[in-house]
Ligand binder design. Structure first.
Ligand SMILES: N[C@@H](CCC(=O)N[C@@H](CS)C(=O)NCC(=O)O)C(=O)O
Length: 219
């Protein structure tokens, strides 16, 4: 199997999902770091016309959009399977991946995590408390629904890990680092246990912000 190149930025939860999937598959991969200031460069826009990360490069095939990348990896690297064979479980996986993209990321993570973690850490910004407070009602709806969808299962699509868990865990972990977690995640014992389960996986420990920063420096 030829090597997979992941164009990404340390700290990107979407990029981390792709790296974690490659670790779960035991596949050879290399990080191709994109400098944050280079997202809109002609070189990167040629890979990703919307100027975002991650982008996967495999055998000359370029692919952006995390869901597409994860599903591609699961097709070309079938073992271990990260999509349930049961249609209802697979549908639950797809649903959770879309909850991540549409309801957790937009106007929730890209506001709250940006103002609490990314802005201060990467750009030295002071958190905009009004923007965070305004995003909290929607954040509460999202986390209540995630806890509901998880229920008593160990993983979102059932008894085994799926692409949904890999997509969601990097995003949810950011919330566990901030004070808002006390009202978003901490009230849900099932979500807390799931996050711990995910954080203990080698695919998550191998792809922390710090580890990916080291890979970026070594690239
Ligand atoms: N829908 C895209 C979202 C990717 C995305 O938003 N990536 C963020 C980093 S986590 C990014 O590149 N942000 C740069 C920007 O907004 O300019 C996907 O699934 O890959």
């Amino acid at each position: 199997m030829s090597e997979f190149f992941v164009h990404s930025i340390p700290g990107s939860p979407f990029g981390r999902a792709v790296l974690a999937a490659l670790v779960e598959k035991g596949a050879p991969y290399r990080l191709a770091p994109v400098a944050p200031g280079a997202l809109k460069s002609p070189e990167h826009l040629a890979r990703h016309p919307f100027g975002r990360v991650p982008v996967l490069e495999h055998d000359g095939f370029l692919l952006y959009e995390t869901q597409a990348i994860l599903r591609y990896l699961d097709r070309v690297l079938p073992q271990p399977a990260l999509t349930p064979s049961d249609p209802k479980r697979a549908a639950r996986m797809d649903q959770v991946m879309n909850v991540n993209d549409w309801y957790l990321f937009h106007n929730v993570a890209n506001v709250i995590v940006f103002h609490r973690v990314i802005g201060p850490r990467v750009m030295g910004l002071v958190p905009d408390e009004a923007a965070i407070a305004a995003a909290m009602p929607k954040a509460l709806t999202v986390f209540n629904e995630l806890a509901h969808l998880l229920g008593e299962k160990p993983y979102f699509a059932g008894d085994s890990l799926s692409l949904a868990d890999l997509m969601l865990a990097p995003a949810v972990e950011f919330f566990a680092m901030i004070p808002e977690w006390s009202s978003l995640g901490a009230p849900h014992a099932n979500l807390m246990a799931w996050l711990t389960r995910m954080q203990e996986r080698p695919s998550m420990t191998a792809t922390t912000w710090e580890r990916v920063s080291e890979l970026a420096k070594a690239a």
